[in-house]
Design a protein around this ligand. Structure first.
Ligand SMILES: [Fe+2]
Length: 487
């Protein structure tokens, strides 16, 4: 039986939806640019059954993919659950079977498999295009391949036996200059292990290089950055242990005494060439971009100076306070004099960790970073709940790292924005010439809307209006006909 009444955070707009849907020729306002030909894919967390514990994070909500298919100035919508093993077994049992996030010792005996924790993945984080195929990814398990048109689930993949890691990141990076995709899996040999597997895929999705290395301590390694010759994987702050996991506790806790670290892996290199740089206590969830300046690696990212995860208890018992992300620049000097990361702040405005660039400039210096943020000086609908967890993320900003300016877009007083995605106007358009796409919760009308902005002016071209709300989105991507075979 599905009962969500005990879980406050899953009420109202944020309740699961638990249905699949098709909407043909969606209602739109304004104008949908006819040049937009492709699909805007989003991954959601949409609980099929309520979590076992009231304090469970949203990280284990069941994976759901939706697609806004653009062609000729019109848009069709489709939404489907990812039919993971987790989803199918819950559906068969008609109840929740799984314990805390990434903590299989607390699972019901009929599904508990502590040697193969990746089999319980929710596949709910990022839609990924790799080698002309579409995948639903989550860092706790293997990707699930999906049909890019019907969104039906084809099944999990280990890339024809070429991916030995139990896990695969939700944030691989495609080098736009070579067509290669770099990816990694951490806790690659099992729960709480320090092992990381890194590999490169060619444009056809075949593994062409890999290595394994160990991090200083097992920590959430959620995103990576890519330069022409290096992979950078930031980590730190989050900690785990077999003792925690065997007690059935959530996978992660926060340890302010632990340094942050940056694993620097030479592309095509050897395990012994991996270097670990260190910094102070930091939360680094997503990266914007990285590149090389001589012997220095430069990485821009939203970075916070302490815990940003309300669900991860402090190992010393400290109460959670949210540390704000700001856009910062980290430099890693490869000349061998120091393994200390050098950090500076690019902008002092608090932002979220959901940030994107014009990905044609990945691995090379870029000018613009788009990121969502909450502007408390903007109006907010007085009848909506004044809950700090719902502090409205009501703006997108185009941050210019060259001249230090920011161009804002305010979505309106009834709305909360989700991750912005940049789409270039054409393959040879200049950096930042195109559109920004992102979805918004309309909290008054209880529906989801897709906003389309001119990225150069951050002004709205049009909106796609769904007649219902979606469960919360994690990440989104744009895929064009050169990425996937569309009907
Ligand atoms: Fe992410």
């Amino acid at each position: 039986m599905a009962d969500f009444s005990l879980t406050h955070s899953l009420s109202g707009f944020f309740a699961p939806t638990r249905f699949e849907a098709d909407v043909v020729d969606c209602v739109v306002t304004g104008t949908i640019p006819p040049e937009l030909d492709g699909a805007f894919y989003r991954m959601h967390g949409d609980w099929l059954y309520a979590p076992k514990f009231k304090d469970e994070s949203s990280l284990s909500a069941d994976g759901y993919i939706s697609m806004f298919r653009f062609r000729g100035g019109t848009v069709d919508y489709r939404g489907r659950y990812v039919k993971t093993e987790r989803y199918c077994r819950q559906l068969a049992a008609r109840k929740q079977l799984y314990g805390y996030y990434r903590s299989p010792h607390g699972d019901d005996p009929e599904v508990r498999d502590t040697d193969n924790p990746h089999l319980r993945t929710a596949a709910n984080t990022t839609p990924v295009v790799l080698g002309g195929r579409l995948y639903a990814t989550k860092e706790e398990g293997l990707p699930y391949e999906l049909d890019p048109n019907t969104l039906e689930t084809r099944g999990p993949t280990d890339f024809d036996g070429t991916w030995p890691s139990q896990t695969f990141t939700a944030h691989p990076k495609r080098d736009p200059f070579t067509g290669d995709t770099l990816a990694y899996g951490y806790e690659s040999t099992g729960l709480a292990s320090n092992d990381v597997h890194v590999a490169s895929f060619d444009a056809d999705g075949r593994v062409t290089w890999s290595l394994d290395f160990q991090v200083p301590y097992s920590s959430m390694l959620h995103d990576m950055a890519l330069t022409e010759n290096y992979v950078i994987i930031p980590g730190g702050g989050t900690v785990t242990s077999m003792e925690r996991l065997e007690a059935g506790r959530p996978h992660w806790a926060w340890d302010a005494k632990r340094p942050s670290y940056y694993a620097v892996i030479p592309r095509g290199g050897r395990s012994e060439d991996v270097r670990i740089f260190e910094g102070p206590e930091r939360s680094i969830v997503h990266t914007a971009n990285a590149w090389e300046e001589g012997d220095t690696l430069v990485m821009d990212a939203p970075i916070a100076s302490g815990n940003t995860w309300p669900w991860f208890e402090d190992v010393d018992g400290a109460a959670f306070t949210m540390n704000g992300f700001t856009l910062r620049r980290v430099k890693l000097d490869l000349r061998g004099n120091s393994l200390a990361a050098q950090e500076s702040e690019l902008f002092d405005r608090d932002v979220t960790s959901f940030t994107r660039i014009d990905e044609r400039f990945l691995t090379r210096p870029n000018r613009y970073i788009w990121v969502q943020y909450a502007d408390p000086d903007r109006p907010f609908h007085a009848a909506l709940p004044d809950d700090p967890r719902l502090r409205p993320v009501n703006c997108y900003g185009r941050f210019d790292v060259i001249d230090g300016t920011m161009l804002p877009y305010f979505v309106g007083p009834d709305h909360v924005l989700q991750e912005p995605v940049f789409v270039p106007r054409s393959v040879d358009a200049g950096e930042g010439d195109g559109w920004v796409l992102g979805t918004a919760h309309n909290l008054v009308e209880m529906r989801s809307e897709l906003v389309i902005l001119d990225a150069t002016t951050m002004t709205e071209c049009g909106r796609v209006i769904l007649p219902f709300r979606n469960a919360y989105q994690v990440h989104a991507i744009w895929a064009s006909a050169s990425d996937l075979a569309f009907d």
